[in-house]
Design a protein around this ligand. Structure first.
Ligand code: 3Y8
Ligand code: NAP
Length: 248
């Protein structure tokens, strides 16, 4: 057995730790989106593969037997490529994803289908907005320049930002409720805009928004064919035939 984990999420890191502890032969892969990705306890490669063909060639040359797609639910392209490359080679594939968040009592969510709908929803008068969607899709919000945006980014922006009135805080999660409460209050945030990423690593801001009674524009995730999909680490270990070991 030799596993390739397509990473970039808390769940991918947790899986990498378990495989390393159990000395299960495995490799870890990042896209190379941030300057210093979190180190992993597995041999790690950073950068794109070169589409489906590049990923298939990597799987073949590395003699990967099990492909685990533990990428983020908004990372659509890599997930599509993973299914296509695994099917093409006839190797085992599983997607480890986390269920979307659901609104709870006290939440003031406005759910939209994509980034463009989130931008359209900001047509009102100026607000102080925490735009917690990372860096890749900021340009769309230039269509609503009237707002004061607070951006949370992993790395300092290299190019000028596309928003006329914005401030940047540099931070990588997982985040805490205390930290996000303090952030929202310190900046007088009146609305959050975020992706329905699921999981625990980015949920703190929603709990903080609920406590402060703030509205949230929630961008629902795209539909991506994941093939065989599970939502827990034990389910992946069972699939790998390693559930018999110590409990997780
Ligand atoms: C490079 C690798 C771990 C993984 C930690 C999770 C949690 C913290 C919350 C907010 C939301 C956002 C963003 C976010 C979170 C975890 C997880 C998660 C959201 C790192 C990482 C990589 C990335 C890429 C980065 C994106 C950006 C998205 C910031 C590592 C830290 C907004 C997604 O500057 C950029 O270009 C950043 C790009 C893709 C989305 C975007 O479009 O900008 N993640 N994030 C991965 C690679 O190269 O393959 O250093 O850990 C990983 C994590 N980010 O092991 O602890 O599990 O999701 N990541 C979102 O959910 O909306 C922040 O601020 O409240
Ligand atoms: P994406 O749009 O689905 O993928 C674009 C291209 O990036 C892929 O075709 C592939 O390039 C490369 N790629 C993506 N993930 C990779 C990985 N783990 N290893 C090697 N190459 C990878 O991906 P994305 O949304 O930019 O996400 C990039 C990374 O950030 C992923 O690891 C993801 O888990 C993480 N992340 C993304 C988000 C988000 O909001 N999108 C949030 C948190 C974490 P080639 O075609 O050249 O192979």
């Amino acid at each position: 057995m030799k596993v390739l984990i397509l990473g970039g999420t808390s769940e991918a890191s947790a899986l990498a730790s378990v495989l390393a502890e159990r000395a299960i032969p495995a490799l870890f892969s990042y896209a190379g989106r941030v300057a210093a990705p979190k180190p992993q306890p597995l041999p790690t490669r950073i950068g794109g593969f070169g589409g489906v063909a590049g990923l298939a060639a990597f799987l073949a040359e590395q003699r990967i037997t099990h492909l685990v797609d533990a990428t983020h639910p908004f990372a659509q392209q890599i997930s599509h490529n993973a299914v296509a490359a695994a099917n093409g080679l006839g190797i085992a594939h599983i997607a480890l994803t986390r269920p979307p968040w659901l609104p709870q009592a006290g939440d003031r969510w406005h759910r939209v289908g994509d980034i463009a709908a989130a931008v359209d929803a900001l047509a009102g008068p100026q607000q102080r907005i925490l735009l917690a969607i990372g860096r890749q899709q900021l340009a769309a919000f230039a269509a609503k320049p009237q707002h004061e945006y607070l951006l949370r980014l992993v790395d300092a922006p290299e190019a000028p930002l596309p928003l006329p009135d914005c401030r940047v805080i540099l931070d990588r999660g997982p985040f805490t409720v205390e930290g996000d409460l303090a952030l929202l209050q310190a900046h007088g945030i009146e609305r959050l805009v975020c992706k329905n990423s699921g999981g625990d690593g980015a949920m703190a801001k929603l709990t903080a928004a609920r406590q402060l009674g703030l509205p949230v524009t929630m961008i629902e995730r795209p539909v991506t064919p994941q093939g065989h999909e599970v939502h827990s680490l034990p389910a992946v270990l069972r699939w790998l035939g390693h559930e018999a070991d110590r409990g997780v």
